[in-house]
Every structure is written in structure tokens, then in C-alpha cells.
Design a protein around this ligand. Structure first.
Ligand code: NAD
Length: 478
């Protein structure tokens, strides 16, 4: 199958109340292929009036859906899983087209991960958290209500499923606005929702821009909870809008995660895995370990290994098997990332690999995988989220110093620790002010709570913790 044969085409409708329905206006949003810079397809640019219709449908569906027995909701999610799994190849290809993720990686993560997460909620939906008795009180959990879900472009299906699946499992109904940069894969999800026959109004799709559709959802008086993933700046805006009516918010925001490599670590492995983590999805990963902290006694060796590893990342066409790194999502993102590289060098960092003058494919929003050494913890590239393939390497003197540098961030989403002594690594992991830490490359667990400390967010996604976000608690005294 050639890439052209699988390229997505225009989508002209929204999905409201169980039907494909035209938007109220005629405006559309072009979706670009960042590897070719060509327009792939268009989607509707919906309006606040469309959000009103979608929220009304979700409100009408809420009572019956909340009252549906848990095993029946689980059966609906199971049918949705079957319909979505049948589209796995199309999902991977669509994300390769609209985001530029290399196809192999798109198959494994952009399609595989949301399917695994949806599967986990088929099981969790069937056995929701039990009621409790506390003295004379019966404590019950009830769904929050209508959820507005607003999602970004970097894992465009996973971030949707990580909200929609637990919300539905909890008995909530949903209005989704996917990112306007990568809205096409959400259409495959809604094709699957339509095929699976979820009750009308339980899930609704409204495509459009953040300032129009996103704000209309966040400010809507009949949206009980806004679940948002994206930048910290937008999360702040959404919090303000929701605060006016004291609506619940769940925020998954940015990160600037530290990968701490202690003096007794398996250095070759720690650096190789660390570079891979920093460059995953062209560095457009909120959990990316963008700060590599290395004990001074092993620092020069680590910098050399990181430079070599970076040079092994072949940039190119996402559909070419040899490609390990695709483009970044847009021209604006490319300029932003290049601006950070220039700023890092201006502030005294040493270029080890990549940079602004490296050879790049002739077309596409590519950035060379870049390693900066001798980065100071206070500098811009060590403090701000870059969201591109740029790794900063920073030396430290002892474990306390490593923890202090790791925690010197307004963010706290993720991190890593490497040591030959697991107890020592665990001790450092416990002191890191961050929502998750992998010790010695511990594997991603789709059932573990995922979310941020500090300005990385509020609330948790995935597994049972992600389900509880969509429940509220009632005490009934007898
Ligand atoms: P963004 O904040 O620009 O956009 C995210 C979503 O919010 C999009 O759907 C957008 O249309 C919408 N939006 C924009 N302005 C809005 C407004 N005023 N009101 C309501 N909605 C609005 O973020 P992005 O550029 O799409 O994504 C990149 C950012 O997301 C990075 O900072 C990254 O770290 C963060 N992110 C975090 C996580 C996480 O789980 N913590 C996951 C992925 C991405």
C-alpha cells in the first residue's frame, strides 16, 4: 500500500447525538502533512452553536447512560474496542500522515497504546469501585456528568481514549474537541463508535479551533467537568473559564523531566534509553526526559555516547522503513524548536550533535536530533519545555545535588533514575517531585496513574485512578 493510497480525505461532518451532522457554518480547517508540507484534508471549523447542540445531546444521554448497569457499559466498550482494533492499520497510517510519526512507531504506540488503554477500561468498567460503609453512612460513587474533553496533537488518539474510555466507564457522557492540527484520527474513532452502536449522545465530536470550540466547551454552563491535555498556558486559561462555575477540571500539561544517571549506573544503557526517550515522537512527548543529569565522574563519557546515539537517528519520510525520526508537527513548531536551540547556544551550551546547520530533508518540518552539553540548570533550555528533539546534558556532584537539579523545575510530570543499586535509585526516585519515575528503564504501565505535580497538571489518567477522576462521592446516612 503506498502512502498516497492510504492518505486521509476530507471529513465534512461533526458527530452529534449518534449521527454524522453538518456543522452550522461552512468554514473548514486544512490539515497539513508535516513531512511533505501539503494539505492532506479538511475538517469542519465548528462554532459555539455546534458545541451547544453537542452538549445538549450529551446532557440528554447522561441520565440513561449513568443508569445503565456497569456490565452493559463494559459490553459497549468491548464492541468499541473490536471496531477500533479493526482500524488499527488505518489509525497508524493516518497519524503517520497528519503528525509525521514513523509508521513503525505509529503502529506500536499511536495505534497500539490507545487499544491497550481501551481494553483496560473494558475490564475496569465491568467492576467499578465498590460502595463503602463508614459507620452509619453508605458511601456511593456517581458519575460527574457531561465531560468536555480537549486534546492535543502529539498522541492524538491515545490522549482522546485516555479520557473517553474512563469517562464512559464511569457513566459520564462526552463532548470531544481534538486538536485542529491532527483531527483526522479522531474520525476513525468516531467511525468505530458509530459502528459499535453506542447510544446516541453518549459521545460527540466537535472539531474546530481552541479559541472558538475549546473555549465554548470550557465555558459551557452545562459541562460538568473539563478534561484537558495540552500546554500549561491553555490549561491555565481553561481553569479560569471553569472556575467561574466551579466546574471540575483535570489537566495533563507540560513537562521538563529529568533522567538522573548515578555514578554506578550501566551508563551505555542509561544513555541509549535516555536519548531514545528524549527523541520519542520527534521529542513531542510531554513525559520526554529532556534533561539528562549525569554524575560528573561519568559526564564526558555520557556526552560522547549521547552524541553518537543522536547521530544514529535517521530523519526522513515516515513511510520509509529506515526512518527513525519524523518531522515536528508544523512550521511554527519547527521555528519554536530552532529558536530554543539558538537560545541554548547563546546561553553557553556546547553543541554535541545536530543543531541549526545540520543537513535535513529538502521538504518537511524537520529538526536535526540535537544534543546540548554543559547546560546550566537555570538556563532557558533547562527550564522551558521545547517539544522537539533537543536533549540537554547537565553534570551533578552527588545524589543530593542531582535531586536539587531535578526538582529545580516548574514542572513535575515524569523522570528516570539509573543506578547499579536499586534501593539507592528508589531513594532518589522518592525524592523527585514528579508524578512518575522509571527506575533503570522500568517499563511503561498503562494501568499506573499518570499525571503531574506542580505546573504539569491536576488529576490522574489511566487505570482505576483515571476512572475515579470521573466519579463523585455521595454519603447516605441511615
Ligand atoms: P495546546 O494547549 O495549544 O492545545 C491543546 C488543545 O487545546 C487543542 O485542542 C487546542 O485547540 C485547545 N486550545 C487551545 N487554546 C484553547 C483555549 N483558549 N481554550 C480551550 N481550548 C484551547 O497544546 P498543543 O500545542 O496541542 O500540545 C502541546 C502541549 O501539550 C505541550 O506543552 C505538551 O507538554 C502538552 N501535553 C501534555 C500531556 C500530558 O499528558 N501531560 C500530553 C501531551 C501533551
Amino acid at each position: 500500500m503506498t502512502p498516497a493510497a492510504t492518505a486521509p480525505t476530507d471529513r465534512t461532518a461533526l458527530y452529534i447525538d449518534g449521527k454524522w451532522a453538518p456543522a452550522s457554518g461552512t468554514a473548514s480547517i486544512p490539515v497539513e502533512n508535516p513531512a511533505t508540507e501539503e494539505v492532506l484534508a479538511h475538517v469542519p471549523a465548528a462554532t459555539a452553536a455546534d458545541v451547544d447542540r453537542a452538549v445538549a445531546a450529551a446532557r440528554a444521554a447522561f441520565g440513561p447512560w449513568a443508569a445503565t448497569p456497569a456490565p452493559e457499559r463494559a459490553a459497549h466498550l468491548d464492541r468499541l474496542h473490536t471496531a477500533l482494533a479493526a482500524r488499527a492499520d488505518g489509525i497508524a497510517r493516518t497519524v503517520a500522515h497528519e503528525l509525521g510519526t514513523p509508521l513503525k512507531m505509529a503502529t506500536r504506540i499511536q495505534a497500539g497504546l490507545p487499544l491497550a488503554v481501551l481494553r483496560s477500561y473494558v475490564e475496569l468498567a465491568a467492576r467499578p469501585p465498590a460502595e463503602e460503609t463508614i459507620g452509619n453512612s453508605l458511601v456511593v460513587r456517581e458519575p460527574v456528568g457531561v465531560v468536555g474533553a480537549i486534546t492535543p496533537w502529539n498522541y492524538p488518539l491515545h490522549q482522546v481514549v485516555a479520557k473517553l474510555a474512563p469517562a464512559l466507564a464511569a457513566g459520564c457522557t462526552v463532548v470531544l474537541k481534538p486538536s485542529e492540527l491532527t483531527p483526522l484520527v479522531a474520525y476513525l474513532l468516531f467511525d468505530a463508535i458509530d459502528e459499535a452502536g453506542l447510544p446516541p449522545g453518549v459521545v460527540n465530536l466537535v472539531t474546530g479551533t481552541g479559541p472558538v470550540v475549546g473555549e465554548a466547551i470550557a465555558a459551557h454552563p452545562d459541562v460538568d467537568m473539563v478534561s484537558f491535555t495540552g500546554s500549561t498556558a491553555t490549561g491555565r486559561r481553561i481553569s479560569h473559564l471553569a472556575a467561574d462555575r466551579i466546574a471540575r477540571v483535570a489537566l495533563e500539561l507540560g513537562g521538563k523531566s529529568a533522567n538522573v544517571i548515578l555514578d554506578d549506573a550501566d551508563l551505555a544503557k542509561a544513555v541509549k534509553v535516555g536519548v531514545g526517550n528524549a527523541f520519542l515522537n520527534s521529542g513531542q512527548t510531554c513525559t520526554a526526559w529532556t534533561r539528562m543529569l549525569v554524575h560528573r565522574s561519568r559526564y564526558d563519557e555520557a556526552v560522547a555516547l549521547a552524541g553518537q546515539a543522536a547521530q544514529g537517528y535517521v530523519l526522513g519520510d515516515p513511510f520509509d522503513e529506515a526512518t527513525r525520526l519524523g518531522p515536528v508537527v508544523s512550521a511554527a513548531q519547527r521555528e519554536r524548536v530552532r529558536g530554543y536551540i539558538a537560545r541554548g547556544l547563546d546561553e553557553g551550551a556546547r553543541l554535541v550533535a545536530g543543531g541549526l546547520d545540520a543537513a535535513l530533508p529538502a521538504r518537511g518540518h524537520f529538526v536535526a536530533p540535537t544534543v546540548l552539553a554543559d547546560v546550566t540548570p537555570e538556563s532557558t533550555v533547562a527550564q522551558e519545555e521545547i517539544f522537539g528533539p533537543v536533549l540537554s546534558v547537565i553534570p551533578f556532584d552527588d545524589d543530593d545535588h542531582a535531586v536539587a537539579i531535578a526538582n529545580n523545575s516548574r514542572y513535575g510530570l515524569h523522570g528516570g533514575v539509573w543506578s547499579g543499586d536499586e534501593e539507592r535509585a528508589l531513594g532518589v526516585a522518592r525524592r523527585m517531585r514528579t508524578g512518575a519515575v522509571d527506575v533503570n528503564g522500568g517499563a511503561f504501565n498503562p494501568l499506573a496513574p499518570f499525571g503531574g505535580y506542580k505546573q504539569s497538571g491536576i488529576g490522574r489518567e489511566l487505570g482505576v485512578h483515571g476512572l475515579v477522576e470521573f466519579l463523585q462521592t455521595k454519603a447516605i446516612q441511615r
